[in-house]
Design a protein around this ligand. Sequence first.
Ligand SMILES: [Fe+2]
Length: 156
Amino acid sequence: MKPNIGIADSHMLEVAKLLNVLLADEFVLYAKTRNYHWNVTAPNFMELHKFFEAQYEELDEIMDSVAERIRQIGHYALGSLQSFAKETRLTEGQDETTASKMIASLLDDHETIIRQVRNEIDVVGNDHKDAGTADFLTGILKDHEKMAWMLRAHIN
Ligand SMILES: [Fe+2]
């Protein structure tokens, strides 16, 4: 049953498309962070191992909330690895071999998402009249800003 929440169908469709691309980005960044949790080697291995774990757990919650937001506006969330790989704006890249390259790669991805989401908050709120999703995306923006700060703090 279609939501009757005062947003035109065409606008909900556009917002859902945009959120599905974000979902793909979140999934790719989740997988990358989990990869680094497993494969990092460093003198402070245990610290980084746990740090990456805390970050992928947070990404797990974010992507769940993005998928559920898509359902709230009447559309289906992407759910296959193939579709995530196709839709994402991030590049998985090579397997990084050093902890500092891993941290730089994750930071770059978070900052890419932050720049895109910041722009989309205006598009969703102004062009598509979806104040709920604009507010939701503002929360996501702040979550990524915090994770980006924690990554950046590892770099001199
Ligand atoms: Fe683990």
